[in-house]
Write a protein that binds this ligand. Structure first.
Ligand code: DAH
Length: 360
């Protein structure tokens, strides 16, 4: 046998090793092309057949055909091995592990401000207060006039009010669109009148709800925020009742050690009026940026219901007295958790909100 016979054997052997090493159908295809293609290695050997002696040619030709046959079937075998391997891998991939633990479901929870409002409702419930709700879209009459704030009174400037324009008046391009006195309530105090007109004494109601103001939004102001109004009307109530109760409420909400104080305040619908402060929870009273270096933080306004307001609610001030208070649960929640920016409450950022999941 000439060298071609040895070359054929070597080619066959080397080809099998390379086939075994081919790890994808593409690699096998490339190898097939390289071995059996028109300018492949086997073809090159066949071309040399013309130069061997005539008597050796038939045997060598037959050997070459055998080698081609062997390689083709080896290629077929390798391809099906690879396909089977793929399938196995895919099956392993798709297999369902029945013993694997389930993915945890993300359960929602209350917004921190809502948690504070519910806590307050619970605390005041113990003092006999019931919830009495009023509308968010109000009238100037309830929001101001009936609360002893006449149209041209400078105290109106305390509330930057959002007016609802009359239909068509904005399209008309007027610089001051017409309004029929419909507004978004600037505080929850209008419900004082609604409660007095709707309920029989003694009255003890709590009005939680959303309020709206034409405010430039910053770290401590939102154009939309919550208030909780409280109102008591009875034959024999006094500022002392109000003070004692508010001190207890502060302790229930912020802990027994919280310090409290009352300061004189001004509201047109109460006389006298007070502001109620707690010792700063951030610095403990030494003075810090959060309490504007005063050591105190105001959490609500309150006072004895003004005789005019009692009369507007249908009560004779010689017979009945009342006290009222208005709280800001957004601010109270900020104090509770040391939150520095009110805008976070409306940001819908779960990295922030997710920190308050303890609130049921
Ligand atoms: N309505 C007041 C405000 O928005 C808060 C307030 C103060 C309510 C004193 C009251 C009160 O009932 O007695 O600023």
């Amino acid at each position: 046998m000439s060298d071609i016979g040895a070359d054929l054997d070597a080619l066959s052997l080397a080809a099998r090793e390379r086939l075994a090493a081919a790890s994808s159908a593409e690699a096998v295809d490339a190898l097939r092309h390289h071995l059996l293609g028109r300018s492949g290695e086997l073809t090159a050997l066949l071309k040399q057949l013309g130069s061997v002696p005539a008597e050796e040619r038939p045997a060598l030709g037959q050997r070459a055909n055998e080698v081609r046959g062997e390689l083709e079937s080896a290629i077929g075998v390798r391809l099906s091995q690879l396909q089977a391997g793929d399938l196995e891998a895919r099956l392993a991939d798709e297999a369902i592990d029945m013993s694997a633990p389930g993915r945890p479901l993300r359960a929602g929870h209350l917004h921190p401000v809502l948690t504070t409002m519910r806590d307050l409702r619970e605390i005041f419930h113990a003092y006999g207060f019931e919830v009495f709700e009023g509308p968010e879209v109000e009238t100037e009459e309830y929001n101001f006039e009936l609360l002893n704030i006449p149209p041209d009174h400078p105290a109106r400037d305390l509330w930057d009010t959002l007016y609802v324009a009359e239909p068509g008046s904005i399209e008309a391009g007027e610089s001051r669109p017409a309004t029929d006195g419909t507004i978004l309530r600037a505080h929850t105090s209008p419900t004082q009148i609604r409660a007095m007109r709707a309920l029989d004494p003694p009255i003890r109601v709590l009005t939680p709800g959303r309020c709206f103001r034409y405010e430039a939004v910053d770290a401590s102001h939102g154009f939309e925020f919550f208030q909780i109004e409280g109102l008591v009307v009875d034959r024999d109530t006094s500022l002392a009742d109000l003070k004692g109760m508010l001190e207890e409420v502060a302790r229930a909400l912020y802990g027994r050690d919280v310090r409290t104080r009352f300061r004189p305040g001004y509201y047109p619908f109460t006389e006298p009026s007070v502001a109620f402060d707690i010792g700063c929870l951030v610095c403990g009273g030494e003075g810090c940026p959060a309490c504007k270096r005063s050591g105190w933080m105001t959490i609500l306004g309150a006072g004895m219901v003004h005789p005019t307001v009692l009369r507007n609610g249908g009560f004779d001030p010689d017979e009945y007295q009342g006290y009222a208070f208005g709280m800001g649960p957004d601010r109270m929640t900020m104090l509770r958790h040391g939150i520095g920016d009110i805008r976070l409450f409306f940001s819908a950022d779960l990295r922030f909100l997710g920190q308050f999941s303890e609130g049921r």
